[in-house]
Write a protein that binds this ligand. Sequence first.
Ligand code: NAD
Ligand code: UDP
Ligand code: UDP
Length: 310
Amino acid sequence: MKRVLVSGGGGFLGSHLCERLLKEGNEVLCVDNFFTGNRRNIHHLLDDKNFELLRHDVTHPLYVEVDEIYNLACPASPIHYQFDPVQTTKTSVIGAMNMLGLAKRLKIKILQASTSEVYGDPEVHPQPESYRGNVNTLGPRACYDEGKRCAETLFFDYHRQHGVDIKVMRIFNTYGPRMHPNDGRVVSNFIVQALKGQDITIYGDGKQTRSFCYVDDNIEGMYRLMNSRDGFTGPVNIGNPGEFTMLELANLVLELTESKSKLVFMPLPQDDPMQRKPVIDLAKKELGWEPTVPLREGLVKTIDYFRQII
Ligand code: NAD
Ligand code: UDP
Ligand code: UDP
């Protein structure tokens, strides 16, 4: 039995990962400061004798004994990561350093939840892992994008300099049950607005695109990456190549919720990427992974979840 540390385990993806790891017969140490996470996400795991919760901020050193680390701690939605941008960069950079220091001391494997945001507002479409990105270092999204880019740098330097066994995953927009209803991300916003009969807020003209991956597919990719062949470090894109405009997403949500909400157009936030779509050839080849849940099907499950909690 392995003891696995999940930083950010109280969040949306982290809580699904904790569940999966327990199902696979591991002990899980969930480390979270509950900045954006919620105890409710992991409430059902607290009675499991193999689950342990530690309230801790990863910007501080952590001395524990574990066999593997998944580093997910970091606010992921623009409204949250821009609320305290300095703390966001600290969480990504100092948090990564502490988790890597832990991995180095214990000589264990560590996976980083990186992001498609390392590609910024991409000039290459779709985005392969070899694309180096187009991030505005000075803009309001930079605390997140550059923090994650620096974390990737630290991962590769700990690997080269100290021989740490690393796995780097570039996650594209992921959605599903346990997204925070006030998260500000587009899928949760549109669903909550549609269910409450409120206006659907389209930023800009709604022609910008994103590729949405259902949470179960994401967790499968993450688990496979952690257990991929020795020496495979990534970075590897994990996302669903289905590409949709925000207008298409809004109309699909309206159809599936049978809502009469109206679309309203609001200003496009600064540096909002115009398009995003992963190339997933590497994930297919190395992990035998590809997404299995189409957007329509994943939205139905997510809508069911939001109906219960709002
Ligand atoms: P989330 O906000 O639900 O989860 C992040 C968790 O990290 C929360 O529980 C939060 O409380 C915790 N956290 C934040 N700062 C911390 C700190 N200093 N110390 C300890 N815990 C801290 O977001 P999520 O969608 O579950 O994202 C998880 C990871 O995946 C993040 O690293 C995010 O950058 C990455 N990611 C997510 C997506 C996505 O679409 N969901 C896309 C790309 C990357
Ligand atoms: N660290 C940690 N837990 C450990 C080992 C290290 O939190 O079990 C932290 C440590 O405090 C340091 C960081 O990880 O700030 C990086 O560790 P490393 O050994 O690379 O750096 P050093 O201690 O040599 O500065
Ligand atoms: N968006 C929108 N309405 C909303 C929330 C977001 O039109 O209520 C847009 C946003 O401008 C962006 C896209 O949806 O173009 C995805 O936004 P999200 O914050 O979910 O993710 P990210 O921009 O980080 O990919």
